[in-house]
Design a protein around this ligand. Structure first.
Ligand SMILES: Cc1cc2nc3c(=O)[nH]c(=O)nc-3n(C[C@H](O)[C@H](O)[C@H](O)COP(=O)(O)OP(=O)(O)OC[C@H]3O[C@@H](n4cnc5c(N)ncnc54)[C@H](O)[C@@H]3O)c2cc1C
Length: 453
């Protein structure tokens, strides 16, 4: 469309009391009960739970497959489903993991293993392709309508008892999404934000929490260096690395765990201020990740034995640890987390040390005392001031330190399933999630295999 013509349309639209986005016509309109945005570990479990509870469910994802950080980001090693010799997370997430193992191999950790400070021994190395494909099949079998390559553009509340609500089966929300440049319209009764960054909640009017400095992300890859780490002169490597950093040819964080660690395991680079919340920040984050990998490859080629180094593999996206969290009715604090606080509306367990990554320093890790298992209450899944909206996964209501432990995949899966169940029960009971009968949500979760505190 030529610009002057567009300008005329916008002016005419403004004169007619229309906003710019009302001047285009959606290619289709859908009615459903629940819309989940973000098909990561939380979103898949939320959508499958809502659909299995009988809700017409649409799952919208801006990428091309389920799993988010876990698959597209290459982090296909979920943990921890067990704590202190007991399983604490099961349900849909566990079914997903077992299915991925069946299709792609992998070994379950010994459940009797007491993690202590070795929580990684409870992580399960999955095949990324099987993780993605089985997650998709879980959705399809539950009747979830999957829509990849799509993002919400505009989200507005539909007033109760309005004509629009009457025409669309009691809808509470109208969402306009953009699918490869084409606008689509959806009316639904409840929204679930599983974007990992609170983007849907923001569009729906919720407040987001954000830190001045966020944790770095990581691009996961593997370089075939051709170097034997036990034979190379490590002092020479360190000297060359320091020179490259001083001259600006490398960033120190390009070698995530230091250059010696990199030569032993050439698999990842930190990406400062990685942010997945908008298309532009995702673009910048991914470019900076891939540039870091190329810098390291070229550096390795300057080392004795590394002249023919090549890239062996690379994740499709830079993994993002932290961006925005949704400000919810309750913010889980680090004290709540480390005390293993249980609320009357606790719907899920989570388990991981507080685990804050910082550039230039080793990870700030604080381990949980023996026997402590943190829990997540419904009130931390309900954005403050916005009805008929839930949030799950990495961006749920928590302070920074609590979030650094809650963000792991098993916990994201458990909170996703909890949000799916809360949405389904709220719709059944014809109330908002904040008013739902929590005992019925717990019963629904147990019926679908979840472990409820
Ligand atoms: C480098 C790294 C290492 C990690 N290591 C581990 C580990 O060892 N074990 C572990 O369990 N966890 C680990 N984690 C944490 C864990 O992988 C993530 O926190 C978790 O997967 C987050 O899940 P999620 O569903 O909340 O969000 P995400 O996985 O971020 O999924 C969100 C989804 O929403 C989509 N989306 C975002 N915005 C929009 C939008 N506007 N419209 C449509 N779709 C949108 C995204 O494309 C994505 O698919 C690691 C994370 C990183 C970055």
């Amino acid at each position: 469309m030529k610009r002057p013509f567009l300008a005329v349309l916008l002016v005419l639209g403004a004169l007619a009391g229309l906003r710019a986005d009302d001047t285009f016509t959606p290619i289709d309109t859908a009615d459903c009960d629940v819309v989940v945005v973000g098909a990561g570990t939380a979103g898949v479990c939320a959508a499958v739970q809502a659909a299995r509870a009988g809700m017409e469910t649409i799952l919208i994802e801006s990428g091309f497959q389920p799993g988010g950080n876990a698959t597209t980001g290459g982090v296909h090693f979920p943990g921890c489903f067990h704590a202190w010799q007991k399983q604490i997370i099961a349900g849909i997430g566990w079914e997903w993991v077992l299915g991925a193992i069946d299709l792609g191999g992998g070994t379950l950790p010994d459940p009797m293993l007491v993690p202590g400070k070795q929580h990684w021994r409870h992580q399960i190395a999955l095949n990324g392709a099987a993780y993605s494909a089985f997650g998709e099949e879980l959705c399809l079998k539950a009747g979830v309508r999957l829509r990849y390559f799509e993002s919400p553009y505009k989200v507005e509340a539909v007033p109760e008892d309005s004509d629009l609500a009457g025409e669309h089966e009691g809808a509470r929300w109208r969402m306009v999404s953009i699918s490869q440049g084409e606008p689509r319209e959806i009316f639904c009764r409840c929204l679930i934000d599983c974007t990992g960054n609170g983007r849907l909640s923001y569009l729906a009017g919720a407040r987001l929490d954000h830190e001045e400095a966020t944790q770095p992300g990581s691009l996961l890859y593997r370089i075939n260096t051709g170097i034997d780490p036990d034979k190379i002169d490590m002092e020479l490597v360190k000297k060359r690395f320091d020179e490259a950093v001083a001259s600006g040819r490398l960033l120190k964080e390009d070698a995530q765990y230091g250059i010696e660690g990199f030569i032993r395991q050439p698999v990842n680079s930190y990406v400062a201020a990685a942010d997945s919340s908008t298309g532009q920040t995702r673009t910048d984050t991914d470019i900076r990740g891939r540039q870091a990998m190329l810098r390291m490859l070229r550096f390795v080629r300057t080392l004795p034995g590394g002249e023919n180094a090549t890239i062996a593999e690379m994740s499709a996206e830079t993994g993002v640890r932290e961006s925005y969290r949704v400000h919810c009715l309750y913010t889980i604090t680090a004290d709540d987390y480390t005390a293993g606080k249980v609320w009357d509306d606790s719907l899920a367990y989570g388990f991981y040390p507080i685990d804050l990554h910082r550039l230039g320093r080793w990870i700030d890790q604080r381990h949980l005392d023996e026997g402590v298992v943190p829990t997540i209450p419904l009130r931390a899944l309900i954005p403050e001031g916005v009805d008929y909206l839930l949030v799950a996964g990495r961006c749920l209501g928590s302070d920074r330190l609590a979030n650094s432990g809650l963000r792991v995949q098993a916990t994201c899966m458990a909170t996703g399933q909890a949000a799916g169940a809360a949405a389904a029960e709220a719709i059944r009971q014809k109330v908002s999630p904040a008013q739902v009968d929590v005992e019925k949500v717990k019963a629904l979760l147990r019926e679908h295999g979840a472990i409820v505190p």
